[in-house]
Design a protein around this ligand. Structure first.
Ligand code: MN
Length: 245
């Protein structure tokens, strides 16, 4: 979803209040938000191309930041600059690559994403057969209460599964980055954002994962229980997943 903008009022509210109002309420409030016509990510890409072409670098940097929030990956940003170099000028790409580095960071994970203060960890190969798409697993705590940071690439999600326990048990998810979904069997899917907490009782069939167009990261906490185990079931049907925006 397009991010609500207050940049106009924040930066120009005193000097140019009408411009600030048009920027925040009309350009962003009415044009950028028309996602049925063109997604926020697509709008970011064309805006980046326009600013790149015109050499408007301070605005371009702001739009690289916004594009990242709209789901453009570092690899995609690099690809955009590579292609635009041919249409707009080679030196412009030289100017823009360091900006991409600044926006996305250079000490990031394998896929070029800095998502949160928690590590991304390794490819989650051990559980890959229970996931669609690539996920990553990083142990955050291995003492007292095991806590893992799970990272999902866009459209990655786990299969339906059940955390069983004779008593206690279940799972808690604490969302730390990106946008994702949680769905319990027979219920509507719940959209997840950083700061959201999901309490999953033992015995409830469910899945969790990223939105189609966004990376997603949650801490997974295994709630202590008697005779706990996880039962993996069928994959989330593509046509059901695709309905989620
Ligand atoms: Mn689970």
């Amino acid at each position: 979803m397009a991010k609500k903008q207050t940049a106009g009022r924040d930066r120009l509210g005193n000097l140019a209040p009408k411009f600030a109002e048009l920027n925040d309420d009309v350009l962003f409030g009415q044009v950028w938000s028309r996602e049925a016509q063109l997604s926020a990510r697509d709008r970011s890409m064309i805006t980046i191309a326009a600013l790149f072409s015109a050499g408007l670098y301070p605005q371009l940097k702001s739009h690289l930041v916004l594009g990242k929030e709209h789901g453009i990956t570092k690899a995609e940003a690099v690809e955009i600059a590579t292609q635009l170099a041919f249409y707009c000028g080679w030196p412009k790409a030289w100017s823009v690559f360091p900006m991409i580095e600044e926006v996305y960071g250079s000490t990031d994970g394998e896929e070029g994403h800095v998502l949160s203060c928690f590590p991304i960890g390794e490819k989650n190969n051990a559980f890959a057969k229970y996931f669609i798409g690539q996920s990553y697993l990083a142990p955050v705590s291995t003492q007292q209460l095991p806590v893992f940071n799970v990272t999902f690439e866009p459209a990655c999600r786990n299969n339906w599964h059940v955390h069983h326990a004779k008593s206690g048990g279940g799972q808690m998810l604490i969302c730390v980055s990106g946008r994702g979904w949680y769905q319990a069997w027979g219920e509507a899917a719940r959209e997840l954002h950083p700061g959201d907490v999901v309490n999953i009782p033992a015995g409830v069939k469910h899945w969790h994962g990223a939105a189609k167009d966004s990376w997603f990261q949650h801490l997974a906490i295994e709630v202590p229980g008697e005779e706990s185990s996880t039962e993996w079931c069928e994959a989330v049907a593509d046509e059901e997943y695709r309905k989620l925006d």
